[in-house]
Write a protein that binds this ligand. Structure first.
Ligand SMILES: [Cu+2]
Length: 355
């Protein structure tokens, strides 16, 4: 069947629009871009992409396309021209175009492997070796990241603070399935495997907030397992540490958020969440909430941390993030209670006060 010229024109437009959409979507900047590196690892990796992979591909593309265009134009069929000369096979040519790409691919492989070895030792952007000054353990849960700072005795979720210019060692653990830890602008991706301890290091040159994500399919809400690496100056980092080390207190009657804390302690939340300094034992099914009010996001960056969103999350967690391990507290999932509007208001005020 031959397509009419109108149909072909529209098909052409459609194709162009599709290509443009795909191309332009790459322009969105959400902090998760390894082509805008903020540390030596991503910097080296993007270098490999620009000069090696893109360089080699460009040369091949130009040679093949030029050759193709010349052949199309020069040897096109003309009225009255004799039948084209047929070449049934040419061993020399076949060998050449098998061996040449193989050599190119081995060159790419060689540089890639040597880069991998180079990236093993912690170093700064000038290439000088630097010592590890901070240890963080990142634990992949379903579907959120827990960050433990063993030396500072801090436990937090979905936001990993690091000081700029310092090498951080990240130990990767999982208590469920395989995840993968990637902060495109800084470092990664390294698999997070249950029963196995993986290690990586990272260093951020520039202060900023960089999005990280799970890059190994781990269940329904895999796409909502984002986290943020927040790189700040050493001073700001120390201030953050001191803030996170502060214990929460068991409030007494008459304290502003006493009612909210009571709702928290009596509604079943304590089965999964810990708030240090209260009687909530918390068995780590859910994030530690001791300093929840200081975080920018709720539940793997699905919602920004505002009182309205928090109320929405507690009432309808299963609608916001279907299949999540937290029940909705709107009465649809007995024995979990339906929280009244007053209880929700008090609970939200209490949680947001935990800075
Ligand atoms: Cu995942």
């Amino acid at each position: 069947m031959r397509l009419g010229s109108k149909t072909r024109r529209w098909a052409g437009f459609g194709l162009l629009a599709l290509i443009a959409t795909v191309g332009l979507s790459a322009c969105a900047d959400n902090g998760a871009n390894f082509l805008q590196p903020a540390g030596p690892i991503a910097d080296t990796e993007s270098g490999i992409f620009w000069w090696l992979v893109l360089g080699v591909s460009t040369v091949v593309f130009v040679i093949v396309t030029t050759w193709l265009l010349i052949s199309i134009v020069r040897f096109r069929d003309r009225p009255g021209a004799p039948e084209a000369h047929q070449t049934p096979g040419n061993n020399k040519v076949e060998l050449a175009w098998t061996i040449a790409p193989a050599i190119l691919l081995f060159i790419v492989l060689g540089f890639t492997i040597s880069t991998m070895f180079k990236l093993d030792t912690p170093h700064n952007s000038q290439g000088q070796q630097v010592p590890i000054t901070l240890h963080v353990t990142a634990i992949g849960h379903q579907w959120w990241w827990e960050f433990v700072y063993p030396d500072q005795k801090i436990v937090t979720a979905d936001e990993m603070y690091i000081p700029t210019g310092q090498a951080v060692e990240v130990t990767l653990l999982s208590d469920n399935v395989i995840h993968s830890f990637w902060v495109p602008a800084i470092a990664g991706k390294v698999d997070v495997i249950p029963g196995h301890q993986n290690q990586m290091w990272m260093l951020a040159d520039k202060a900023g907030q960089y999005r990280g994500e799970c890059t190994e399919y781990c269940g329904n809400q895999h796409a909502h397992m984002d986290f943020a690496v927040v790189a700040v100056s050493s001073d700001a980092f120390n201030t953050w540490v001191t803030g996170q080390q502060a214990q929460s207190t068991k409030l007494v009657e008459g304290d502003p958020n006493y009612q909210g804390q009571q709702v928290f302690l009596t509604s079943g939340c304590v089965g999964c969440h810990n708030i240090n300094g209260t009687t909530a034992p918390g068995n780590k099914i859910g994030p530690n909430l001791t300093h929840f009010g200081s975080r920018q996001w709720i539940a793997g960056e699905v919602l920004s941390n505002t009182p309205a969103n928090l109320a929405d999350w507690i009432l309808h967690a299963q609608d916001v993030k279907p299949d999540v391990d937290m029940p909705s507290f709107d009465g649809t999932m007995p024995p979990n209670p339906a929280l009244s509007p007053t209880q929700i208001t008090e609970l939200v005020a209490y949680l947001e006060s935990l800075k």
